[in-house]
Design a protein around this ligand. Sequence first.
Ligand SMILES: [Zn+2]
Length: 244
Amino acid sequence: MRLILFKQIDYKDNDLIVNGLDENDQRVSFLIRGAKKASSKSAAYSVLGNIYDFICDEDNRQMHRFKGGDLVKANHHIMDSLLKIAVFNCLLELVEKLCQDDEMVFPGLYMNFSKALQLLDQDDHELLVLGLFMACACEMLGIKPQVDSCVCCDEDKIVALNVEQGGFVCQKHHQQEDRLYQDVEALRMFRYLNKARFINYESLRSLDIDISCLHCLKQFLKVHGAINLNSYEFLISITKSAIN
Ligand SMILES: [Zn+2]
């Protein structure tokens, strides 16, 4: 079974439970005995973000016992910078929260998650990767922001984003709490992120991602998707300290 690990849970003194996402976009769990021992060979099979092929039991679907596996892909460069680590933590938490309910399966989640990890590892447009992944998550949850016209009246000329209303608003429907008001560049970027896919990554690389667009996507996930991304706070502190 091929899977990407996204969470580790301590179990007993020396063991770990790892959660992964399989190629069918489903959450799977493995108990890895002795994974916390420094001398253990199995510790190498519990690295978050890595893609593995694990041998699995046929009889127990909820929790497999780890019996060996192969490393398919490691992301060696994700630990190279704090910004990469901060984005990585957001990706892991978002996947974990999307996978919380076993009844809900999001087609394409594995593909998008593996693509995001690959780009985060190999390129240095971390905020773009996170923005595209958060936009993917909104689409998978069915809460995609309306970015073609005013969400209230369908007017083409928009001036701001209203997260609670679900998308862009025109001057007539603009309210005090709106975001990105008259910030043409940020509004355009927010639209791009929500229109694009990872397949369009190359054409977006030259653009500077305005972090306020990410704040808005994070808020969308919270307000409409009931996903509160706690790891996002660390990202904010990193980006603030990079500027000052
Ligand atoms: Zn309107």
